[in-house]
Design a binder for this molecule. Structure first.
Ligand code: SAM
Length: 274
């Protein structure tokens, strides 16, 4: 087991706040994430391995762990803390700038799972880069700030029901499986955290779906009729809404992910949107 606090102190380093370096030191949370993401033999993508406390556990049961870390100091430490594993590949890179094709190549085109204690400052962007993609991901176990987690699991009409909720729930069954207090980290963050489990639900990826969802939410208080006319000819909107069995006065926040699936299908079929 890797003691993150001890390793970073012995290396004479300070956790980098700007990079969201709050290391998970809660043993049961580390094992819980590992069991969910990698029950045995999976390819695992880890975003932000840090000192390698989670990576070390994942490597015990994974086929291959591809760990993407932005901080050169951490990459240097990882070469020591993970030296015992020959199934870990450390990639020194900004995950947000990494091409999805490079991730896929890392696993030789095979399916993979994702495990991450996400840095707070990139949570939504990093998660959506994976969710709104055609990457062959089976499941993801993502730790994030509690307030960010609420967006991924929100139901229609909730205050935090946003495009993030709809797009995630179209492709994944999302559930919260852990809650963590600041005491689970070194150094302690000022916020509570949650771990979400994303299980792929079999719905095929549609690259046009998120454009329809984001447009429908673009002006939250406006009706679908108003918002949709930004991406389809205005005169096609009534037929699109009727085809999707939706009221012209409906607002995006009232629609379920299934409603949005019908809407996106009708936008494709009934409009000449480019
Ligand atoms: N996985 C470790 C753990 O659980 O203790 C560290 C988690 S810490 C919250 C987030 C890690 O992500 C840090 O090591 C940080 O340097 C790294 N990181 C921050 N931004 C990143 C980015 N854009 N791409 C890749 N890694 C990043």
């Amino acid at each position: 087991m890797i003691d993150s606090k001890k390793v970073i102190k012995e290396a004479g380093l300070d956790p980098n706040k700007a990079l969201g370096q709050n290391f998970l030191i809660d043993e049961s949370a580390l094992s819980g994430i590992c069991e969910l993401a990698c029950p045995g033999g999976q390819n695992v993508l880890e975003i932000g391995p840090g000192i390698g406390a989670l990576t070390d556990r994942l490597a015990e049961s994974a086929k291959l762990v591809l760990a993407v870390e932005i901080d050169g100091n951490m990459v240097e430490l990882l070469s020591k803390t993970l030296a015992a594993h020959n199934n870990v590949r450390i990639v020194h890179s900004d995950f947000l700038r990494m091409k999805n094709s490079a991730i896929l190549d890392g696993f030789g085109g095979a399916a993979f799972t994702v495990a991450a204690n996400l840095p707070y400052y990139i949570t939504s962007e990093a998660a959506m880069k994976l969710i709104d993609s055609d990457l062959p991901i089976n499941r993801m176990v993502l730790m994030m700030q509690k307030e960010a987690a609420e967006h991924f699991i929100a139901a229609p009409r909730a205050k935090c029901y946003t495009p993030v909720s709809v797009i995630s729930q179209r492709y994944y069954t999302v559930s919260q499986c852990m809650k963590l207090s600041p005491a689970s980290y070194y150094p302690e963050p000022a916020v509570d955290s949650a771990v979400l489990l994303f299980e792929r639900n079999g719905c095929a990826y549609d690259r046009d779906f998120s454009r329809v969802v984001k447009t429908a939410f673009s002006m939250r208080r406006k009706t679908l009729r108003n918002n949709l006319s930004k991406i389809v000819p205005k005169d096609t909107v009534p037929a699109i809404l009727e085809g999707a069995l939706l009221s012209p006065s409906a607002r995006a926040e009232e629609l379920s992910p299934e409603d949005f699936s019908r809407l996106a299908e009708c936008v494709k079929r009934l409009s000449s949107a480019e």
